[in-house]
Ligand binder design. Structure first.
Ligand SMILES: Nc1ncnc2c1ncn2[C@@H]1O[C@H](COP(=O)(O)OP(=O)(O)O)[C@@H](O)[C@H]1O
Ligand SMILES: [Mg+2]
Length: 271
């Protein structure tokens, strides 16, 4: 696959050393439920930050805070080193943070190009009430092929694409509309091995093009294949925060599986 995505237009100050996004001691409570407690992490340009954790660990809550959907109850969110509060997902998107949710907001029966431009359609210059479908078709084709997705026809309904391809269209779309940070919520969770491979390749392509990628997964193998940095959440707490060369796949898997708890269980079951 060829990774020829454009670099994000705005680079982080000081040559990418300041993280694009940073969380400092972030807590989030819903009523008396503590979903997140003292989470600190950094998302750098050109790196994949893998966020791992079992169901209920707080992964979705964490990305909702970065994506502007929720606000933290305590702690700070910094964007390019500046303390920030996003007022809405649109505000976060405006500032370059795009989220691809697991249940992609696509209209299955609409053509690929319509979905690509959904809500941000190109209009004809001389007839602003009319959609410029040719321009949108051509742009969709170009943007997808930049990511190595060669669709013979962008007029096919997006519902006819494979799950992996749909994820990739969503990523290409976020990139085209100016994202610098891509948050991918369990993009491989519903996919088979081959399709997951397709998505993992795009994650690497996005990272190599200089985007900061936040990759949420409960699959340590997937995280380890593309991640530069790993954060493991367990019941809202940060259990692990380390770089790729500080942890082996075995250790990551073991931590993810519950570590000592799992060993104790296996012992108990006599296996
Ligand atoms: N809107 C909400 N209201 C109340 N509790 C919530 C809400 N969203 C999440 N939670 C709780 O916060 C915890 C973390 O959930 P979540 O972030 O969805 O975890 P994950 O995505 O890792 O499965 C869970 O205990 C969940 O029940
Ligand atoms: Mg979740």
């Amino acid at each position: 696959m060829t990774a020829t995505m454009d670099r994000p237009t705005e680079e982080a100050p000081s040559g990418g050393k300041v993280p694009l996004v940073e969380l400092k001691d972030v807590c989030k409570t819903y009523g008396n439920i503590t979903a997140l407690k003292d989470i600190s992490l950094r998302v750098h340009a050109g790196e994949v930050t893998g966020i791992l954790g079992d169901n209920g660990a707080g992964k979705s809550t964490l990305i909702k805070i970065i994506a502007g959907l929720h606000q933290q109850t305590e702690g700070e969110l910094l964007l390019d080193g500046e303390p920030t509060r996003f007022t809405s997902p649109a505000d976060a998107l405006d500032k370059g943070i795009a989220t691809v949710y697991q249940n992609l907001a696509v209209v299955p029966l609409m053509p690929v190009w319509r979905n690509f431009f959904l809500g941000q359609e190109i209009r004809k210059k001389s007839f602003p009430w009319a959609l410029d479908s040719n321009a949108m078709r051509a742009t969709t084709l170009t943007e997808l092929s930049k990511m190595g997705i060669d669709l013979p026809d962008v007029d096919v309904p997006i519902g006819s694409l494979s799950g992996g391809q749909r994820q990739c269209v969503a990523i290409a779309r976020a990139v085209f509309f100016g994202a610098r940070v891509l948050i991918l919520d369990e993009p491989t969770a519903a996919l088979g091995v081959k399709q997951s491979g397709v998505v993992l390749k795009y994650i690497t392509a996005a990272k190599e093009a200089g985007f900061g990628v936040v990759f949420i997964t409960h699959n340590p193998h997937h995280a380890h294949m593309v991640g530069d940095h790993f954060v493991l959440l367990n019941r809202g707490r940060q259990k692990l925060d380390c770089a790729y060369d500080e942890i082996t796949l075995e250790h990551l898997t073991q931590q993810m599986a519950g570590g000592d708890e799992l060993e104790a269980l296996s012992h108990e079951l006599g296996r």
